[in-house]
Ligand binder design. Structure first.
Ligand SMILES: NC(=O)c1ccc[n+]([C@@H]2O[C@H](COP(=O)([O-])OP(=O)(O)OC[C@H]3O[C@@H](n4cnc5c(N)ncnc54)[C@H](OP(=O)(O)O)[C@@H]3O)[C@@H](O)[C@H]2O)c1
Length: 184
């Protein structure tokens, strides 16, 4: 049976859990030149509402792009090859997860964090952004990695009633097949 949190994007599974949260536009674009190239304030509000009290794992550039004030109600764990000032920094995702053992963790990007997090996330929380983007040649475009349908089962598309055109979709991890049985 599909759990309720797959059908209600304002709820979360029982704590503790590990989830990836992303908003992307066509082409799975998540960022251009270090910023998010759309303006959906309700989506930002939802991000901070759902991550309140949890550890958030993010890459250095994503951390740099966020207002510090916004992160004060969660525990930022930043991935970087070098220590950063005034924030917990880790050289790898497993190292960050070891520091957050037993806590709810949200993976908040960018590209490599999302890619590495596929191995650890219980579910993916995806927001589909309707804006049509046309990055210019030479712009730095960050994308969300491809979601493998053999590994992740999508829930229903849930239009956001307060943000026209925006759709939420959650994916849960498919069960690992019993040895000898076919992959799903
Ligand atoms: N739409 C969304 O939901 C969303 C979410 C997040 C970000 N964004 C956007 O995406 C862009 C940033 O993403 P990005 O992919 O370019 O950069 P990023 O992942 O935020 O930062 C890249 C840096 O983080 C460190 N890093 C990342 N993954 C690591 C890992 N697994 N292990 C160790 N270090 C790791 C490295 O830092 P060092 O170079 O210091 O070693 C790397 O150079 C921005 O435009 C941002 O606005 C959008």
């Amino acid at each position: 049976m599909t759990p309720g949190w797959m059908r209600d994007p304002d709820t979360v599974p029982p704590h503790p859990f590990r989830g990836s949260m992303v908003a992307y536009a066509s082409g799975r674009i998540i960022g251009i030149d270090g910023v998010i190239p759309w303006n959906h304030p309700l989506d930002v509000k939802r991000l901070w509402r759902l991550t309140r009290g949890a550890a958030i794992v993010l890459g250095r550039l994503t951390w740099k792009s966020m207002p510090r004030r916004a992160t004060r109600r969660c525990r930022p764990l930043v991935l970087s090859s070098r220590p950063l000032r005034r924030v917990e920094t880790f050289a790898s995702l497993p190292a960050a997860l070891a520091a957050a053992e037993g806590e709810t963790v949200w993976f908040l990007g960018g590209t490599r964090v999302y890619q590495d997090a596929f191995a650890y996330a219980d579910f993916l929380d995806v927001t589909l952004i309707p804006d049509r983007l046309a990055p210019a040649p030479g712009q730095r475009v960050a994308t969300f990695p491809r979601i493998d349908p053999a590994r992740w089962e999508p829930g229903p598309d849930l239009p956001d009633p307060d943000d026209p055109g925006v759709i939420r979709r959650r994916y849960r991890r498919r069960p690992i097949p019993f040895p000898g049985e076919d992959e799903p």
